[in-house]
Design a binder for this molecule. Structure first.
Ligand SMILES: C[S@@+](CC[C@H](N)C(=O)[O-])C[C@H]1O[C@@H](n2cnc3c(N)ncnc32)[C@H](O)[C@@H]1O
Length: 350
């Protein structure tokens, strides 16, 4: 659907100005744009409303957005092929406590307004559109939204915006279901972003989110060290580092070595048992991602995504439980995984 189509204008009319929360008027194009009561103008380009121009973002957040614009330009259909889509859908269902896709689809079938906060190139937007009957909005700070628009294609119920999820162009209590998968930890102030997302969920609505978990001390040390380098490197240097780490992960994976750890060393977060050497180094020493089912570029971008963003925070379960309690949410499901913490929470009805 073109942005100028009547349905698209109807969707755009649901947006409000970030910050002031006042209505936006759709000014027909070309160029199509949105205008606030105070006369500020926001472009609608390629059907996507844009709210990130003119110093709208803190510098660190803008830098993280640029990193993801680079990443998603290189793997712009990630999650739309069977291998990566099925992998992620299975992981999503497990982490958020859904028995299977049918149970999740039945839940979505009752959600009139769904937000994918930090939608990347739209893998989950497509999923939500397939099962939810009403509006599905996707917001991302990066130009990934353009890839999402291409990947998901024109759709009468899809509203995409390039915006900061900490300053959304939607009114309070607007959404029935907000999903923020693997994004909050990349925002400038994750707790404030979380609280902002909570404010956009209607009473009785559901928020699902995932944040990175704090790992063992050796891995944290190596991550901090590599991040402090990777966030300051030139783009070619950051790509070279990401490729070297991927090559390392690939070589070890192909060697298929295993190792025995005779006793646990909890002080280092090390468990006893038999491990694949690549996986052991990955979890305990430094991230050297490699998945033989994925193409080379997608593997490289997975390591790049870990080390290059300027804003990337990690959390312990107790910290997130405290956020949830302070926001007055009910936890429906918690998953403490090796890599991250996933929560599905309900906002109490008034
Ligand atoms: C690891 S990707 C996850 C994308 C998607 N949720 C998925 O599961 O594939 C993180 C995404 O968060 C976006 N992002 C980071 N900070 C953001 C912010 N403040 N507001 C909106 N999106 C943000 C990035 O641009 C990137 O596309």
């Amino acid at each position: 659907m073109r942005a100028e189509a009547p349905e698209a204008v109807g969707l755009l009319e649901q947006l409000v100005e970030p910050g002031t929360g006042t209505p936006l008027r759709v000014v027909p194009g070309p160029p199509l744009r949105l205008e606030s009561e105070s006369g500020r103008s926001y472009p609608v380009e390629e059907g996507v409303a844009r709210f990130v121009g003119d110093g709208a973002l803190p510098a660190e957040q803008a830098a993280t957005g640029d990193t993801f614009s680079t990443k998603w330009a290189r793997v712009d259909t990630f999650g739309h092929d069977a291998a990566t889509r099925d992998f992620h859908h299975r992981w999503y269902l497990q982490r958020y406590g859904w028995r299977d896709e049918a149970e999740f689809a039945a839940f979505l079938g009752d959600q009139q307004r769904v937000l994918d906060a930090g939608c990347g190139v739209g893998r989950d937007v497509a999923w939500y559109l397939a099962h939810a009957p009403g509006l599905v909005a996707g917001v991302d700070i990066s130009t990934a939204v353009d890839a999402a628009a291409r990947n998901v294609g024109p759709h009468a119920r899809l509203l995409l915006a390039q915006a900061d999820l900490a300053n959304l162009p939607f009114p309070p209590e607007f959404f029935d279901y907000v999903a923020c998968d693997q994004v909050l930890h990349h925002t400038f102030d994750p707790r404030a972003s979380f609280e902002h997302l909570v404010s956009r969920v209607r009473p009785g609505g559901v928020l699902a989110f995932y944040v990175y978990k704090v790992k063992g001390p050796i891995r944290e040390f190596a991550d901090d060290h590599l991040r402090s380098l990777a966030t300051r490197m030139s783009e070619p240097e950051a790509l070279r580092l990401s490729e070297a780490l991927t090559r390392f992960g690939q070589a070890l994976t192909e060697q298929g070595l295993t190792m025995d750890v005779p006793v646990a060393i909890p002080e280092l977060g090390i468990a006893a048992g038999r491990f694949d050497v690549q996986r052991w180094l990955y979890w305990n020493v430094f991230k050297c991602f490699y998945n033989a089912d994925w193409d080379w570029e997608t593997n490289v971008m997975t390591n790049y995504d870990w080390y290059r963003p300027v804003t990337a925070y990690r959390y312990r379960p107790g910290e997130i439980r405290e956020w949830i309690a302070a926001a007055g949410l009910e936890t429906l499901h918690e998953d403490v995984g090796d890599a991250g913490l996933s929560y599905r929470c309900r906002k109490p009805s008034h």
